[in-house]
Design a protein around this ligand. Structure first.
Ligand SMILES: [Zn+2]
Length: 414
């Protein structure tokens, strides 16, 4: 461990489901300078240092244990030096708890290929084209040293290297930051995945060196934990190699504090792929599954050893009037909600469900009132945060598989 200010403790393990395989899922606790995170945990996303339409106070009330902000967006606006002057992203946005920032790699590379919303992909894809390749006419270009990209805000040109990503993330000051990696897609060829994985390994080493330098230079600031990001797409040997390589990196005593399970993941194989990586990773360090937030994906992620998750889906879907209920996702603008004077979900303990009816929120959406987004986002974020809380409790009391069967059976029954 690089600093006593950051640690992970395993508290309970998931008994394996009658098979001979190792039990990978676990409940634990991450300690950061801004507080603890009981895992498994869903970490809501506040891309630009705000969860769209909801105040940080409400996020705290609904049980969010941490917030994940986006290094790419905050780098462009307002700029990392302003967040640094504010004392880091947490104090800038009036969030006292733990914070994460992602490295910006996924966003800048998304500019190159436009796969923004597709982390968990369906299998109906073909792998003939190199969609991230040097020299193509795109908004981002990758080379062995870094990524040059065009701002989506004003078209200005920028460059991220592993060192720049570390500098930006140190200025943003989150408790948990991520190494700069090349995020490939399932469309990339096998040979491209191999070359990219080696590039990401070399970038990981450079991130550790720069992180060590910045940690020392900025020792007046709270310790920031650095997670290495594992790629390797759908290939078992590459995923296992990525885990072993990054877990083994040691640059003058600086090692990764945890790991991000990254890249494009074939939804049908999500659990298997997460399992390959977690089998190779040390148990005393936390694992964050990047960009995953659908209920079925969360169950298989937890089952196969992921500790924390983030995803924009609960808030993004809420703004389009799609809300979670125990019998599945429903759309509040449906006419059947016009006179439904019960809560959105009878079993939900969120602020919205305690105080407002589905009919009222449905009316706000149809009238295009801003408070519609606020009330629906509070509900969706609470729903997913609580779902993962319930997974944690079920690991501890030994009922995880029963809970999984019962929940998924109802949620996806329609
Ligand atoms: Zn609710």
């Amino acid at each position: 461990m690089n600093s006593p200010a950051f640690s992970f403790t395993e508290q309970a393990t998931l008994a394996s489901a009658g098979s001979s395989g190792p039990a990978l899922g676990r409940a634990g606790q991450i300690s950061t300078p801004h507080g603890v995170i009981q895992t498994p945990a869903f970490i809501p996303v506040g891309t630009k240092a705000t969860v769209k339409s909801v105040l940080p106070e409400s996020m705290k009330d609904l049980g969010a244990q941490a917030i994940l902000a986006n290094a790419y967006h905050l780098y462009l606006q307002p700029g990392p030096e302003i967040v640094d002057e504010a004392g880091g992203v947490g104090s800038f946005m009036n969030w006292a708890g733990p914070t994460f920032t992602d490295s910006g790699g996924f966003q800048v590379l998304s500019l190159g290929v436009g796969f923004k919303k597709v982390i968990a992909m369906d299998t109906q894809t073909f792998r003939s084209d190199e969609v991230i390749a040097e020299g193509k006419d795109r908004l981002a270009h990758v080379d062995d040293d870094g990524v040059t990209f065009k701002s989506h805000l004003d078209g200005s040109m920028h460059r991220f290297t592993p060192e720049v990503s570390m500098q930006v993330q140190h200025q943003l000051g989150a408790d948990i930051i991520f190494a700069f990696d090349e995020c490939t897609t399932l469309h990339n060829t096998r040979s491209y995945q191999e070359r990219s994985l080696e590039r990401t390994r070399l970038w990981a080493k450079r991130c550790l060196v720069e992180h060590g330098r910045l940690t020392e230079a900025r020792s007046h600031r709270p310790y920031q934990a650095l997670f290495g990001v594992l790629q390797g797409a759908q290939y078992e040997d590459l995923r296992r190699k990525a885990a072993k390589d990054l877990a083994g990196l040691d640059e003058d005593g600086i090692t990764f504090d945890g790991f991000g399970l990254g890249g494009a993941l074939d939804k049908a194989e999500l659990g298997t792929i997460v399992g390959w990586m977690c089998e190779e990773l040390p148990r005393n360090k936390p694992r964050h599954l990047l960009g995953i937030g659908e209920p079925d994906d969360l169950f298989v992620g937890v089952e196969n050893g992921a500790d924390t998750f983030d995803c924009v889906a609960p808030s993004r879907q809420a703004r389009t009037s799609a809300v979670f209920t125990d019998s599945g996702r429903v759309n509040l603008t449906n006419t059947r909600y016009a006179r439904d004077f019960s809560p959105i979900d009878a079993n939900c303990d969120c602020y919205t469900c305690a105080n407002y009816t589905a009919a009222y929120v449905s009316h706000l959406f149809r009238a295009k009132e801003m408070s519609a987004a606020t009330l629906a986002t509070i509900h969706n974020e609470r729903y997913i945060v609580r779902l993962v809380e319930r997974m944690r409790a079920s690991i501890i009391d030994g009922s995880f598989y029963d809970f999984k069967t019962e929940f998924l059976g109802r949620f996806y029954s329609a």
